[in-house]
Design a protein around this ligand. Structure first.
Ligand SMILES: [Zn+2]
Length: 167
């Protein structure tokens, strides 16, 4: 398949004007799970990264990928909490507490992904119950576009626009 997908660098503009940047390593990992094949199942995991000290950007460095215990179907992905939590804890330890949980990603078998009702419910539940430093991000990788949303514990979830790098 040579269908064009969202190119890298992939940078989203946040409501406060700061940037949410996807590292090339994280982008390449997620690209590997794009559901081009008609029988490909959804994939997903957690987003790991860091807040820049000056507040100008949040960098999303790495993702976890599907593991044994995840439930994967054509239009459904449910991750096994404990295995992915172990990856979050390991990243935290290896990076002296600078690499943290930033949110969730998963794939959709549609060109421009739209969150399902299950996604909205899952995201709202995470915003209320997960432990994190605000905000949380949610990424859906479609077959041609990657989209991102940002949420806070007691606020609405907003869709983020793609922006260009600062030269
Ligand atoms: Zn979904």
């Amino acid at each position: 398949m040579d269908e064009q997908h969202s190119p890298w660098p992939l940078i989203f503009l946040r409501p406060d004007g700061a940037r949410f940047e996807v590292s090339i390593a994280a982008w390449q990992t997620m690209q590997g799970f794009i559901q081009q094949a008609s029988d490909a199942t959804e994939a997903g995991g957690v987003l790991l990264g860091r807040h820049l000290r000056d507040g100008s950007a949040i960098i999303f460095d790495a993702v976890t990928v599907p593991v044994d215990g995840d439930r994967r179907a054509r239009t459904r992905f449910h991750r096994a909490q404990r295995r992915h939590q172990a990856a979050i804890d390991a990243a935290w330890a290896a990076n002296a507490g600078t690499c943290t949980y930033l949110g969730e990603w998963h794939t959709h078998p549609e060109p421009i992904p739209t969150p399902s009702s299950v996604d909205w419910a899952d995201w709202r539940r995470r915003l209320l119950h997960d432990r994190y430093t605000e905000p949380l991000f949610f990424i859906i990788v479609g077959t041609t576009a990657t989209r991102a949303w940002e949420g806070r514990r007691l606020d609405v979830i907003v869709s983020l626009a793609v922006t260009t790098p600062i030269s």
